[in-house]
Design a protein around this ligand. Structure first.
Ligand code: GLN
Length: 487
């Protein structure tokens, strides 16, 4: 089936003229028509615009343009509703942006377009990327393609579900505390959060600026490397992006992982970890050993503080970043008879309950009298968490953990219990606090119902090559990534 191809398979067929980009794009549109009524990954898409881009790509291919030059030429890619795509709606799955249309392209979108990709569709998410299930979307809850009574993860739930359901060949998401890796794990695809500074955030609506990164969702590890090649690099419009050279991330794939040292943090294999998840991770560790890696136990002693530290720092930054949605500059406005009333009415009606909770928490931890006790102290503990990783990386090349403590939970199961929801990110948050790269890939399924389980690989800063190489070696030795949900 055309819609179930990976990027590399599709690119080969486009290059050999076996299929056209119009056919590939139409295959996505047909697939959306067939399954998205049940999955609800997309909040909108423009079929005519997508097909026009596809025709332009086909003309380029006909004129002799190659995939060596334009790695994503003719490949349809859908985008989380948090990135600006010129002329497309931008809502962050919130009511507050109203009918806002992006006036410009985010840098990652410019880069995807320059590499020939077809950019189509807006993908559902938790409002302003705050959540772990897409239940905080103001529009709809995306369903897990493996079991539509369950959540797809979040906040990039639409991005993960669209790839798992073969509605797009790849998607982009954003990851502040796990929003790429957690939904990738729960939907059974590959999700990569690059090192802080690897990918430009210009044109990404900011949630927590010291944590946010943009990254890809793909059907396999090679495609993740291809996407990372395209979106990485220094951007003068994002001062946090760095000029570290961008290697060819596909080059290291296929080489042996013999002799690599991989750490297994003892703090991650305890408490609330579901026995089936643990068994799958144990089996994956065994497989990595068979492939020649040496897996050793390590300690990340400050792990216990990660969730608390994250919910201080992320909310503090969010309270500041979201101040711009005031009814004056962007989107929706609800009038009032004073400026304060206008702000209050707009924000009161425009934001959903979780966003309000975060703004209130963040304002509180930054307020005078509490700043030192909460925010400043959290910053100090954040340094200890980062130092735990840097110390571990003195002796190991990468770290392996479960991505999530359980497989996908039921819609509604945690919706009324924010603390339980926050704890579903317990294994992904530290990576953002430390600024290191992290990748999730499929490593098994629960028995009944059959739900995907994710393996997380964490790397040294800017060592995406190493985790991609390990992930690829593991993927080649297993067949989890080839299994598709029965839709
Ligand atoms: N689930 C986490 C939160 O709610 C992480 C979200 C994210 O990475 N954007 O904040």
């Amino acid at each position: 089936m055309l819609h179930s191809l990976t990027i590399s398979q599709l690119a080969a067929k486009l290059a050999s003229r076996e299929v056209t980009s119009r056919e590939a794009t139409q295959a996505c549109l047909d697939r959306i028509a067939a399954v998205d009524g049940r999955i609800q990954a997309f909040t909108s898409y423009n079929a005519a615009d997508a097909l026009a881009q596809a025709d332009a790509a086909d003309a380029k291919i006909k004129a002799g343009a190659s995939h060596a030059q334009f790695p994503l030429l003719g490949v349809p890619i859908a985008i989380k509703d948090v990135l600006n795509v010129k002329g497309h709606p931008l809502n962050c799955s919130s009511k507050i942006l109203g009918d806002f249309i992006s006036p410009y392209d985010a840098t990652v979108i410019e880069k995807l377009k320059a590499s020939g990709a077809i950019i189509f569709g807006r993908l559902n998410m938790d409002e302003f990327a705050m959540g772990s299930s897409t239940e905080n979307s103001a529009f709809q809850t995306t369903k897990n393609p493996w079991d539509i009574s369950r959540i797809p993860g979040g906040s990039s739930g639409g991005s993960a579900a669209a790839v798992a359901a073969d509605e797009a060949f790849a998607t982009l998401g954003s990851d502040t505390g796990g929003s790429i890796r957690q939904p990738a794990a729960l939907c059974g695809c590959v999700g990569l959060k690059p090192t802080y500074g690897r990918v430009s955030r210009y044109g990404l609506v900011a949630f927590a600026s010291s944590l946010d990164q943009v990254g890809p969702f793909t059907k396999d590890v090679r495609d993740a490397a291809t996407m990372l090649n395209v979106i990485s690099g220094r951007d003068p419009r994002d001062s946090s992006s760095v000029s570290e050279p961008v290697p060819d991330y596909t080059a290291a794939l296929g080489s042996s992982i013999k002799g690599l040292k991989i750490g297994l943090p003892k703090e991650y294999m305890v408490g609330g970890l579901d026995p089936e998840v643990k068994a799958s991770v144990d089996a994956a560790v065994k497989k990595l050993t068979e492939l020649g890696a040496e897996v050793v136990e390590i300690s990340l002693p400050h792990t216990d503080y990660a969730v608390a530290v994250y919910y201080i720092i992320a909310t503090a930054e969010a309270s500041s970043n979201l101040a711009r949605f005031d009814g004056i500059r962007y989107g929706k406005r609800v009038d009032g008879d004073s400026p304060e009333k206008l702000y209050g009415n707009t924000r009161g009606q425009g934001f959903g309950p979780e966003v309000k909770r975060r703004i209130i928490l963040g304002t509180y931890v930054l307020s005078s009298g509490y700043y030192d006790a909460f925010y400043l102290r959290a910053q100090k503990v954040r340094t200890l968490i980062r130092n735990d990783f840097l110390k571990a990386f003195e002796t190991v090349d990468a770290i392996v953990t479960p991505t999530t403590p359980t497989a996908a939970f039921k819609i509604g199961e945690k919706a009324d219990d924010p603390l339980q929801m926050y704890l579903s990110d317990i294994f992904t948050i530290s990576c953002n606090l430390a600024g290191i790269p992290g990748l999730s890939l499929p490593c098994g399924f629960t028995k009944s119902p059959k739900l995907p389980i994710g393996l997380q690989l964490l790397g040294k800063p800017f060592a995406e090559e190493t985790i991609l190489k390990i992930a690829h070696a593991y993927e080649q030795a297993t067949d989890w990534h080839t299994q598709r949900p029965g839709l």
